[in-house]
Every structure is written in C-alpha cells, then in structure tokens.
Design a protein. Structure first.
Length: 318
C-alpha cells in the first residue's frame, strides 16, 4: 500500500526571506510499503538433564526434539517451524555444562525435521545410551541436521528393530553434519557408532574411540556407510574394533573423502570377538566405491587376515 503526494497542499512559511517573496514548504508525503514476510525460527534452551516429557516448567532434550519434529508444542517446548530451509536450534543452559543426559526405557531420540543441536558451554555435555538404546535416529530424507560439541557414549542398538548404528542411524537421503563430537564406547552389529544407510554424512574435528561392531560378522567398528556421500576431516579413529572387516570404517558403495584424519590402533584381530575373517584393520571397502584419502596417520592397526591398515575391493577406487 502507498499514498500519492499528488494532492499535497503547500504550507506557508512563517519566515520571509526577501521582501515580497514567500517561501513555501511543502508537506512531505509518507510512503507505506508492505514488509516482506519473515519466519522467526524456534530456539530451544534445554535446561534439565532429565529426559522425561513431564510438564514441569523445564525443557528436556526429548521435549525439544519432539516439538521441533512435529512443529507442535509438546510438554514445555514451543512448536518448531516447518518449511524448506527453516532450521530450529537446540542449545543447553550453562547450568548443564559438563553434565550427562542418560537415556532410559524411552529409547532413542528421533530427528525428522531440520535441526541444529550444539553445546556452547566450556565443558561439553554427554548423552549416554546406558547400553540400552541407540542415541539418535535420523529419519530418511531429513535435511540439514547438525550436531556440535557433544559427547555421544554407550549407545547400543541391540534393542532396536535393526541392530546397526549404536549412537546414530542415518536414514536414506538424510543429511548429517558432525563437528567437534566425541563418539565413545558405542556398540552395534554393524557400525558401532554410526550406520549410514544411504544419506550424506560430513564429519569434522571429531573423535571415534573404543566403538565396536561385535556381531559374529560385524563390520565398521566406528562407521558403516552402506551408500551415499561420506566425508571426514581433521578427525581421529582410535581403538575401534570389528570382527569381519573395517576396524574403524566399512564402506560398501558411494563417494568417500578422508582428509587429515588419523587411524591409530584399530582392530579386526579379535578384540571385538573371533575374527571372521578380519580384513582391513582401519578401513575396509567391500563394494564399488570412490574413496579419497589425503593426509593423516595410519599407525598400529591390526587385521587377522588381510590389510592391517586398508583393504580395498577390486573395482573400487582408493
């Protein structure tokens, strides 16, 4: 909407500049224009270590994720925002610095809408699966999910419908970015810490330690990537174990980039259980994948059969 200045009337000045000359001031005309529509994204501040859904005046991580996923108020958490490119945020109160959220019988935390989860406190918060459940499950085709500055520990997928991804399961077509995340002591049949079922996984400045693919033919002690795109930069894989292949990482298909990343003391030599057969102490490529490795250290990795460091399938590019 706007107003025209066409009918503005002159106002006489109360001051004469010259004899016989009257200087006029014309009234200014205001133009009113509509503002562009704006969406205020929802920012959740988690202020309790309790994972319950109780309406108690505090927002738990589970409440925040449920509200953000459904874009409806849930418990004490307000509704999230929907639509492409709308990324809600979850942060943690200073009082939770260095604390631990322990998952129990409520099972894993589901993510089905774009979200950024990050801890700005000086001592990162931990999320502990208690050996009872996976920690995060990212639904297929969920875009723009990021997790930063957290520790994910003791996740176990044994109670899930699929025993894969002890800490994180990435559905086909989903997108996950991890930055400054520690994944510690997580367990599953395949992908002790993370199972990528055909999504996009980008990892930077993170540490994978003592994760295990402990099934009789378990692969990918830290990460199992079945397909999709996977990149890891400036990270470290240490003391991860598997029985079949890929003490740290198992790749089936897809495109993989590993930059400035260290592989130290990973194992397919019996630490996760009897080797079967035990190939690729650090990295194992089973299918037809395109893998690039640039920089980093490969030290002290062990295989019971072949490829103490890396093992590459015929037809793959490494």
């Amino acid at each position: 909407m706007s107003y025209s200045c066409r009918n503005a009337r002159p106002l006489q000045s109360s001051r004469l500049r010259r004899a016989g000359t009257l200087r006029h001031k014309f009234a200014r005309c205001l133009r009113l224009e509509p503002l562009e529509s704006r969406i205020v994204l929802t920012s959740y501040l988690v202020d309790t270590l309790d994972e319950s859904n109780a309406s108690d005046g505090q927002i738990s991580l589970r409440e925040a994720l449920t509200a953000a996923n459904d874009n409806l108020a849930f418990g004490d958490a307000p509704a999230g925002q929907s639509g492409p490119g709308n990324i809600d945020t979850i942060t943690f109160a200073p009082s939770l610095s260095g604390g631990e959220i322990t998952l129990s019988t409520l099972r894993s935390l589901t993510i089905s809408d774009s979200i950024s989860i990050f801890d700005t406190n000086s001592t990162p918060l931990s999320i502990d699966g208690s050996g009872l459940s996976r920690i995060f499950e990212i639904a297929p085709n969920t875009a723009n999910v990021s997790i930063s500055n957290l520790t994910l520990q003791s996740g176990d997928a044994a109670t899930e419908s699929e025993n894969v991804g002890g800490a994180i399961l990435i559905g086909a077509g989903a997108e996950l970015t991890l930055d400054q995340v520690v994944l510690l002591n997580n367990t599953a049949d395949d992908g002790g810490a993370i199972y990528n079922a055909g999504g996009t996984l980008d990892v930077s400045q993170s540490a994978f330690t003592s994760n295990s693919a402990a099934a009789s033919s378990g692969s990918g002690g830290a990460i199992f990537s079945a397909n999709g795109n996977f990149s890891v930069t400036k990270s470290a894989f240490t003391f991860n174990h598997a029985t079949r292949a890929g003490g740290a990482i198992e790749i089936i298909d897809g495109t993989v980039s590993i930059q400035s990343t260290n592989f130290i003391s990973n194992d397919v030599n019996g630490l996760a259980g009897p080797a079967a057969p035990g190939n690729g102490g650090a990295l194992h490529v089973t299918g037809i994948a395109d893998v690039t490795v640039d920089g980093g250290l490969i030290i002290g990795n062990k295989a019971a059969s072949e490829g103490g460091g890396f093992w590459n399938q015929v037809g793959s590019t490494l």
